[in-house]
Design a protein around this ligand. Structure first.
Ligand SMILES: Cc1cc2nc3c(=O)[nH]c(=O)nc-3n(C[C@H](O)[C@H](O)[C@H](O)COP(=O)(O)O)c2cc1C
Ligand code: SF4
Length: 474
């Protein structure tokens, strides 16, 4: 199925008409108000410090660290671009493993003794780049995303999953070749891992990061705990047990790294895994009752916010005010997680107009913000809106539907978009991410990630030809 391209929706009426055809509500402002008075330029106070505007850069790794988990020049370039973006909240930079076996790929950064100097340098480079472009940095907040990749760990070989699982999943285990004899992480293993998170948080504090994100999204281990309804013992079953991982890490950080703030990026709802169906369009991999989607309504295809609400209340109890909302997983339902017109090479054709996916995330966040107004929420799902991104983002911030507009892929193709919006400039159309998914297809095929179609730096790299051949099936 093909869908109209967003750049063909040239006027507010065109955009409104398309939204009406899709029967989705996604309100937007027609006029963008620049800094210093516009809603997107309003500073906000957080536990981690003053945040000078309403743009946040979402974490994005590049599969470009060294084998021992240090950043390379490509990693540094991405962080410098994050600094130049003008966004005042850097949500985590990229996923950094707290230990080797939890790396999502053999090039993921690892925060340990040997690497801490270089991982600290990333923050310094980002802040310096920000200072050069915008002078002021006392309203810039930079966090580090801490992760263990759980069932999606590939620490040693790009092609070899070495899963560490919290429970047996009836659909994901067979989908990813996990056999019945694979041992579960024991409660003891989990307690050791909690210690590793706390050590990584202590290092992050020493390196000057203002907060750490205890990642709970995208099917990785933190997220898996939230749906561990069948797991026996203290990390599974009840809501209390399923959130013990977060609560114990939080308590450890509070005791051992006082002053370091904590954020949580969470997949606030989830669906069935999807797979290519007839003609390559995504279809659910399961049917009937589905109890393994945190924030799901039991059908695998709908949302129930009862547990997400409880989770957000728990964050408030834990005195965590920074939360970044995402959804689903890039491995098993990418159309939920990062709406795109063109799927990555291992994906499926979108089963819905990607605008529906944007609206699903944006409207869910607005509902949660209404019930938890004291939490500072970063929203996801904006890149696919393209020309309409600032319009929808400003409306959501202006009306209190979200605190920060989170930007993922858009800053890979067009790092200065936030600065341009705030300065009231017309967007550079040629740099707008059109969701070609090369930044996902490349790493799925063993290459470094980057915006090969639009970033002149990546356009020149040899991988571009390799990607072109791959897409042609060559
Ligand atoms: C190349 C790439 C790398 C990513 N790496 C991470 C990551 O390290 N941690 C994370 O939480 N999300 C990661 N994501 C997801 C993004 O943060 C974001 O949720 C997603 O791209 C949807 O936002 P967008 O529509 O603005 O792109 C990554 C996405 C891409 C495209
Ligand atoms: S490769 Fe570039 S244009 Fe394509 S999705 Fe990624 S950032 Fe967007």
């Amino acid at each position: 199925m093909s869908y109209p391209r967003v750049n063909s929706l040239k006027t507010p009426d065109d955009f409104r008409k398309r939204l009406a055809e899709l029967d989705i509500e996604m309100l937007f402002d027609e006029e963008i108000q620049p800094a210093p008075t516009g809603p997107l330029a309003a500073p906000v106070k957080s536990s981690a410090g003053l945040i000078g505007n309403r743009f946040s850069i979402l974490p994005m790794e590049g599969w470009d660290g060294t084998a021992d988990g240090k950043p390379t020049d490509l990693t540094q370039r991405r962080w410098v671009n994050f600094g130049k973006s003008g966004a005042k909240l850097i949500w985590g930079g990229e996923a950094v493993a707290v230990r080797h076996d939890g790396r999502a790929n053999p090039n993921q950064l690892v925060l340990n003794d040997a690497n801490e100097r270089e991982i600290g340098e990333l923050r310094t480079l980002l802040v310096d780049a920000h200072r050069q472009s915008f002078a002021q940095t006392d309203d810039l907040v930079v966090g580090l995303q801490l992760t263990h990749s759980g069932r999606f760990s590939r620490p040693n070989d790009k092609k070899k999953l070495e899963p560490r699982i919290a429970y047996r999943h009836p659909l994901l285990d067979p989908k990813f070749g996990i056999t019945d004899d694979r041992p579960l992480l024991s409660d003891d293993d989990i307690s050791h891992l909690i210690d590793d998170y706390i050590s990584a948080a202590k290092r992050s504090k020493k390196l000057g990061y203002q907060f750490v994100d205890v990642k709970h999204c995208h099917g990785y281990l933190g997220h898996e705990f939230l749906s561990a309804v069948d797991r026996p013992g203290k990390f599974g079953g009840s809501f209390e047990n399923r959130t013990r991982f977060l609560r114990e890490i939080t308590a450890g950080i509070r005791a051992e790294a006082p002053g370091l703030e904590i954020g949580v990026r969470i997949s606030i709802f989830d669906y069935f895994p999807f797979q290519p169906g007839p003609e390559g369009t995504g279809v659910p991999s399961g049917q009937g009752d589905y109890r393994y989607a945190f924030g799901g309504d039991g059908t695998g295809l709908g949302i129930d916010l009862a547990e997400p609400e409880k989770f957000l209340s728990l964050l408030e109890e834990l005195k965590i005010d920074l939360v970044c909302l995402s959804a689903g997983s890039p491995y098993y339902n990418p159309h939920i997680q990062r709406p795109a017109l063109f799927p990555p090479s291992d994906g499926y054709q979108p089963p819905e107009d990607p605008l529906v996916g944007c609206a699903r995330q944006i409207n869910t966040v607005a509902k949660l913000k209404a019930t938890h107004p004291n939490l500072l929420m970063v929203g996801t799902g904006y890149s696919y809106l393209q020309e309409w991104l600032p319009h929808v983002g400003q409306y959501q911030v202006r009306t209190g539907g979200v605190d920060f507009v989170g930007l993922g892929r858009m800053v890979l193709s067009y790092p200065e978009l936030p600065a341009d919006v705030l300065a009231g400039k017309t967007l550079e159309r040629k740099r707008i991410c059109r969701t070609f998914s090369d930044c996902t297809t490349a790493p799925r095929n063993g290459m470094v990630s980057g915006c090969y179609p639009l970033d002149p730096f990546y356009k020149e790299r040899p991988e571009r030809l390799q990607l072109a051949a791959l897409k042609k099936g060559g």
